[in-house]
Design a protein around this ligand. Structure first.
Ligand code: DHB
Ligand code: FE
Length: 282
């Protein structure tokens, strides 16, 4: 049977993709951010997951305002990356795991989550930057697992509630654990933490709220479901709603998790950059 080894969260800021391309790892601005990743890479090297469930929010590359699925799951052999206009070099395609994808989609629909299944899906910085952070050189890192992209809408209201996101993760856990093959799975939640890119509050970051979210997501994720969607926009910024991805990831890990590592640094570009490594209880 499949096992879930743990969950990883990271912001997915496009400027990070550019910093990776320029190898700015020791640059004073970037070092406090990039220093978060070596312990995670070491853990991944020890555990060597076969599959990464990459929970991210598309920003207008795979889906646009004309058709905006609330929850979408990739079911392709590979996922191509494309130029989004951020100046990040376009990466080669990322290998998928269609058998696992269809198993997840079947199970999620059975559990009454209405999924958009995507047999073709272009993946943006929300997906590829985290893959590069965790598996340097991705997709050309031989240890990089095959990926299943899971995207939730944070672009066009109405976005899912925090409760729905956590419940999605719990259902995803049941789907993954019922996969018959002996594979090791790591679950990624990308995006956040607080940021707002436009409007009167452009540049808004809320350190206290971010810190509270990083604490509660370990100890009491249910408490976070009491935060309403408008309150989430107020407290985290218009794009800080990407914290929904972290909640989906958390739901997939089960009740108890062990926090092995975390980092928080502001600002990176316009964002409160949070990184966490959570191990599932045996
Ligand atoms: C930034 C952050 C994001 O999450 C994103 O999707 C785009 C830009 C930023 O901080 O610049
Ligand atoms: Fe984003």
């Amino acid at each position: 049977m499949a096992t879930i080894i743990g969950g990883l969260t990271t912001s997915h800021i496009p400027a990070v993709g550019n910093a990776i391309a320029k190898q700015l790892f020791d640059d004073p601005y970037w070092k406090p951010f990039f220093d978060a990743y070596p312990p995670i890479r070491e853990w991944l090297g020890d555990h060597k997951p076969d599959v990464a469930i990459n929970i991210y929010n598309d920003h207008g590359l795979g889906f646009f305002l004309d058709k905006m699925p609330t929850f979408a799951i990739g079911a392709a052999h590979e996922y191509r990356n494309e130029d989004e206009g951020w100046g990040i070099p376009q990466l080669p395609p990322f290998p998928g795991h269609p058998e696992l994808s269809w198993h997840i989609i079947e199970s999620m629909v059975e559990q009454e989550f209405d999924i958009t299944s995507c047999q073709e899906l272009a993946v943006d910085h929300g997906f590829v930057v985290p893959m590069q952070l965790f598996w340097p050189g991705a997709p050309n890192n031989p240890d990089m697992p095959r990926a299943v992209p899971v995207s939730a809408n944070t672009v066009q209201h109405p976005i899912p509630t925090l409760k729905r996101a956590l419940d999605f993760g719990k259902a995803l856990r049941r789907a993954l654990l019922s996969y018959p093959e002996d594979i090791k799975i790591v679950v990624l939640g990308t995006g956040g933490l607080s940021h707002q890119l436009d409007g009167e509050r452009a540049g808004f970051i809320n350190k206290e709220f971010d810190r509270m979210c990083m604490e509660k997501i370990v100890t009491d994720p249910e408490a976070l479901t009491k935060i309403g969607r408008i309150e989430l926009v107020e407290k985290a910024g218009a794009q800080g709603t990407e914290f929904l991805m972290w909640m989906m990831m958390r739901g997939a890990l089960g009740e108890k998790v062990t926090p092995l590592h975390s980092n928080y640094h502001i600002p990176i570009s316009n964002t409160g950059a949070g990184t966490m490594m959570l191990e599932c209880a045996a």
